[in-house]
Design a protein around this ligand. Sequence first.
Ligand code: ATP
Length: 312
Amino acid sequence: MALAIRTESLSKAYGRVLALRGLDLEVEEGTVFGYLGPNGAGKTTTMKILSGLARATAGRAWVAGVEVTANPRAAQALIGAVVEVPRPYPHLTVAETLRYLGELRGLKTRVLNRRVEEVLGLLGLEQVAGRRGSQLSRGMQQRLALGAAILASPPVLLLDEPTSGLDPAGIVEVRNLVRQEAARGAAVFLSSHLLREVQETADVVGFLHRGVLLRVARVSEDAGAESYILEFAQEPPAEALEVASRMPGVVSLERKAPLRFALGFRGSPTERGELVAALVRRGAKVSYLGLASPGGSLEEMYISLIGGEGEE
Ligand code: ATP
C-alpha cells in the first residue's frame, strides 16, 4: 500500500506555544486514520498544515506524494478538507455552491453534473439543494462542507471533527461516507473526541498529546480485549467455566448475574467458536454470546496514555 500522508519531524510554534513537536506520521491509501487527543493537543494544527492553511515551523509533509510544505497549491488539488467549517457562500444555493467548487476543481460538465447529484444524495442535502448558504442550519453547513470535500473524489481527505453539529442520523451517514471513501482508496485523516465513533470508523488510531504522537495502534488488533456478554439457559457446570477461562483468547470471565457472564476476549473468530464448542462439550447450555462493547479498549488506551487531563 502506498503512503497517502507522510510527515517528517513536523513542528509548529505559535509564538512560545509549541503546538507540534517533531511529528512523524504515516497514513496508507484506503485507510481511515483516527487522530485522537485532548483539547489543544495539536490536531487542528496538523490538519491545517496538511491542507496548506498554515505553515510548519520546521519539518516536511507530503500528501499523495506531493510535498505540501513546498508546493501547497499543488497539494491542495489532491485534498478534500473540512478544517474549521467554512461559512457557506451566502448568496449561492447548496447545489450552486457544489457546482462552483467542482468547476474550480476542474471537473468536466458531465462528471460535475453526476457528482453534484451523487453528493447531494450522499449527504442528505436533496431537500435543501435550492436553499441559499445564508439560510442553512449549522448541521447543513457541515454537510455541505463534507460534500464539497468529497466532490472531486480526492486521494486524501482531512476531516477535523466531521460529525460535530450533526444529528444522530447525520453521524451515521458520515460514518458510512468515511468508510465508502476509504473503500475507493482514499486516505481519510479524521480527528474526533468521540472515541466510540473512532473505534467504529477508523482502521488505525494515533494518540496525540501536547504536540507529540504518543502511540499509533491498529484498532482491531491492538486495541485490547473486546467485551462480550455470555449467557446460559441454566447454571453451567463449574468445570466448563474453569476450562473456558483458560482457553486461548480469553482474557477474563466474570459472573455478572446468575446466568450471565462478562467475557473479555482477544482472539480470532475461530478461537471464539472453539470457546463456545468447549463450553457446550462440557455440558454448558450457551444461550447467547454477543458483543457488549467493541473493546471499551480505545478508551482504556486513551486514559492510560493521556489520562483525563487536557492541555494543562
Ligand atoms: P481541540 O481538540 O480543542 O480542537 P486541537 O488538538 O485541535 O484541540 P490545536 O487547535 O491544534 O489543538 O492547538 C494546539 C495548540 O496551539 C494549543 O495550545 C492552542 O492554544 C495553540 N494554537 C492554535 N492555534 C493558534 C493560533 N492561531 N495562535 C496561537 N496559538 C494557537
